[in-house]
Design a protein around this ligand. Sequence first.
Ligand code: AMP
Ligand code: TRP
Length: 328
Amino acid sequence: MKRMLSGIKPTGQLHLGNYIGALRHFVENQDEYEMIAFIANLHCITVPQDPEELQKNLKDCVALYLACGLDPEKSTIFLQTDVPAHAQLGYIMCCHTYLGELNRMTQFKDKQAKGEKNLSGGLYTYPTLMAADILIYDPDYVPVGEDQKQHVELCRDVAIRMNNRYGKLFRIPEPAVPKVGARIMSLSDPSKKMSKSDGTDKGCIYLLDPLPKARKKVMSAVTDSIGKVHFDPENQPGVSNLMQIMSSLTGKSLEDIEKEFEGKGYGDFKRAVADSVCSTLETIQTRYNEIISSDLIEKTLKEGAEKASAYASVKLKQVQQAIGMEIR
Ligand code: AMP
Ligand code: TRP
């Protein structure tokens, strides 16, 4: 069985972009692949966190993994810090990555370009920890949204370099980026991606938003004056974004959505998008409410960490031995 691995940072609440670009695919693939899904709590402290808020987000993040349909019987679900080998291999990966490579990472460059002050060293070396997260389990595929593709490519480059130098240590993974929905845009500014660090609340639908609030966000999404439901991200970014959301949530193709709304106005279209969003959120929230008050979270994380540690510690040892860091 081929293996897939991915993670999400518990920075803030999970949103529809996380669900459509990543989480949904973890769930869809867990029957066909051996799925490893973790909560990247080391990655989230690369930017300042409020300890109380982080606590809540961590717990919600696990509960939402489960509520979205990840099944602990099928998938390995755990907290990154429960498997210390990630950080240890992360350091080794960092020592095999060139500054020039890190300087090319757009996520860091974008933050710098925005003039954000006091960016941390952890944020800069983040892709090397991400490479360790991946390589330590030898996955075949890494399902991520568009914004993470560059990091997976860096991971491949460093893995190939280390394999050439020390003999075959790592399987070289492929990024798996969805065809539709890899980059869900903000509803209030469709030139920016939907993001928890958006600042304004209007453009981002959180998985735990009350349904009337989510509906309102869809109904007030920015569109255009063309007045036609047509997929054209260049000239109709808002409408195209809503079409991608609807297509991802209902399984209807973009062409079918265009046909369905031929001759109809944006009001009808937005109502249908809002219906698909609310129906998805309702299912997730019902399960979330059951899970959050049960002991499933604790049990899942404990079992997940045990399973993951068993594999990761062997791999870490192999790498350290190959490099010659251990006394044989
Ligand atoms: P993050 O929230 O940055 O930890 O992202 C977790 C996963 O969600 C990654 O695979 C991202 O690529 C994906 N993701 C984040 N934001 C979006 C978005 N607006 N559209 C699609 N995928 C996204
Ligand atoms: N960097 C990813 C993000 O911001 C989260 C992440 C950390 C990840 N480690 C990973 C994703 C390993 C895939 C594989 O979304």
